[in-house]
Design a binder for this molecule. Structure first.
Ligand code: ADP
Ligand code: MG
Length: 402
C-alpha cells in the first residue's frame, strides 16, 4: 500500500516537473531608490516564495504568500538574475522558440531587468545583452559543427499598432549610429518606417513574425549595444516629461537564429522574443480622458489577452484566443506547446504600491499555474533532431579535448 502510494506520488511529481518545464515565472523585487520612504510591504522572501504584508482591508491575516519558480530579492544582481535564464538561451540554438517577458507596474524594474539602468556598465547589463552575448559565445563554441546566423528586430506595439524601432527614417535617423549600421550591412539596406501599422504574418520559415520590420544581422555585443540604443531612442521619442511613452507600449526585441549543421546541411531555426511590457497599472477611468484613456484601454486589453491565452493553454482549451491582441499574435509561437516561456514579474516594495503589487502577483500566479505539454524543437521530427544536435555538439566537445 504505502510503497504504491509513494510510487504514484513520484510519477505525479515527475509529470509536474515535465509540465512545469515550459513556463517559468520568476518574481523580482526592486530595491528602494534613493530618497524613497522605506515602508516596505515585502515580508519574508525565500528562494521560491514571497510574503506581502497587507493592510486590514485585504483580510484579517495581514499577509499573503505567493509561490513562484524563483524569487529574487532587492539585492539580487543582474548576473544572478541572468544565470537562471541561461539554459533557455542555449535552447534557442537548438531550435526552440523562447519568449522572455517583463511584467509589472511602471517603475517596478521591467526595463532594468531586460536592458539595465540608463547608464550601462558591464555589471548592469540586462537580460537582452547577456542573452545575445551568450548566443554569440555558444555559436562560436559550436563552430566546428554548426554555422549560425543571428539577426535582431526591434518593434514596439503601441495602441495595437506595430512599429519598427529600427526603421531608417525613424525619428532618430540622424543618430550617428546609422552610419555604423549601413557600414556593417551594406547589402542589407534598412527599410523605411511604415506609417501604418506593420503586419504580423505567419510563414513556415519564421512562424509568426513581422517580415516588414528591419532585421539586422549581428555578430558582436558592440553591434547589439548600438542597435538597442537606436531602438530605445526611437521608442522614447514621443514621450513628454509627464507621460513616458515607454511605459505605455510593449517593446519587443526578437532574435532569429538559423543554424546549419555542417555535416548534414540540415537547418535548425530558433527564435527568442524579449518583451518589455507596458506598465500593468490600472488606470482610473474617471481621471484620464482622450489619448490617455485610449492608451490605457489598449494596454488593459492586450495584457488581459495575454492572461486569457495563458489560461486557455492551462485549461488545454481547443481554442486559444491568440487573435485578440497584437501582442498575443506576435507571441503565438512562443506561448504554448512548442515553446519555452519565462515571465519576470516585478514588484515595487513601497507601501503605496500595495494594490498594484497584489494584482501583479495574482496575475503571475495564474501564469505560474499553467501546465503545458513538453516543448518541441522546430522540426517535423523534433526529438530525433534534438538528439542528433546533442550528439553533434558532444562529438565536437570530444574532438576539442583530443
Ligand atoms: P519600469 O521599466 O518597470 O517602469 P524601471 O526599470 O525603469 O521600471 O525602474 C525604475 C527605476 O528603478 C529606474 O531608475 C531603475 O534604474 C531603478 N531600478 C529598477 N530595478 C532596479 C534594481 N533591481 N536595482 C537597482 N535599481 C533598480
Ligand atoms: Mg520601462
Amino acid at each position: 500500500g504505502y510503497h504504491k502510494i509513494l510510487e504514484e506520488n513520484r510519477k505525479l511529481y515527475n509529470q509536474v516537473q515535465d509540465l512545469k518545464g515550459n513556463i517559468r515565472v520568476y518574481c523580482r523585487v526592486r530595491p528602494f531608490l534613493p530618497g524613497q520612504s522605506n515602508l516596505s510591504t515585502v515580508g519574508h522572501i525565500d528562494d521560491g516564495s514571497i510574503t506581502i504584508l497587507t493592510p486590514p482591508k485585504y483580510g484579517k491575516e495581514g499577509h499573503k504568500s505567493f509561490t513562484f519558480n524563483k524569487v529574487f530579492g532587492p539585492f539580487a544582481t543582474q548576473e544572478e538574475v541572468f544565470s537562471d535564464t541561461q539554459p533557455l538561451i542555449r535552447s534557442v540554438l537548438d531550435g526552440y522558440n523562447v519568449c522572455i517577458f517583463a511584467y509589472g507596474q511602471t517603475g517596478a524594474g521591467k526595463t532594468y531587468t531586460m536592458s539595465g539602468p540608463k547608464v550601462l556598465t558591464e555589471q548592469s547589463f540586462g537580460v537582452n545583452y547577456r542573452a545575445l552575448n551568450d548566443l554569440f559565445h555558444i555559436s562560436k563554441e559550436r563552430k566546428d559543427t554548426f554555422c549560425y546566423e543571428i539577426s535582431v528586430q526591434m518593434i514596439e506595439i503601441y495602441n495595437e499598432q506595430v512599429r519598427d524601432l529600427l526603421a531608417s527614417d525613424g525619428p532618430h535617423k540622424r543618430y550617428p549610429s546609422i552610419l555604423f549600421l549601413l557600414k556593417f550591412s551594406p547589402f542589407c539596406p534598412r527599410k523605411p518606417l511604415h506609417v501604418d501599422t506593420l503586419d504580423i504574418r505567419n510563414s513556415s520559415q519564421t512562424g509568426f513574425a513581422v517580415p516588414d520590420a528591419n532585421s539586422v544581422p549581428v555578430t558582436s555585443t558592440t553591434e547589439v549595444i548600438e542597435l538597442m540604443d537606436i531602438g530605445q531612442k526611437n521608442r522614447a521619442v514621443s514621450a513628454t516629461s509627464m507621460n513616458d511613452r515607454s511605459s505605455r507600449s510593449h517593446s519587443c526585441l526578437t532574435i532569429h537564429v538559423q543554424g546549419r549543421e555542417l555535416a548534414s546541411g540540415a537547418f535548425v531555426r530558433g527564435s527568442m522574443h524579449l518583451v518589455d511590457l507596458a506598465g500593468s497599472e490600472r488606470v482610473n477611468k474617471s481621471e484620464v480622458k482622450g489619448d490617455r484613456l485610449k492608451e490605457a484601454q489598449h494596454i488593459n486589453k492586450s495584457l488581459a489577452a495575454l492572461g486569457d491565452v495563458i489560461s486557455a493553454l492551462a485549461q488545454k482549451s481547443s481554442h486559444i484566443p491568440y487573435r485578440n491582441s497584437k501582442l498575443t499574435q506576435l507571441l503565438q509561437d512562443s506561448l504554448g506547446g512548442q515553446a519555452k516561456t519565462l515571465m519576470f514579474v516585478h514588484i515595487s516594495p513601497e507601501a503605496d504600491a500595495i494594490s498594484e503589487t497584489l494584482s501583479t502577483l495574482k496575475f503571475a500566479e495564474r501564469v505560474a499555474m499553467v501546465e503545458l505539454g513538453a516543448a518541441q524543437v522546430n522540426k517535423d521530427n523534433g526529438e530525433v533532431k534534438e538528439l542528433r544536435l546533442q550528439v553533434a555538439s558532444l562529438k565536437a566537445a570530444l574532438a576539442k579535448k583530443e
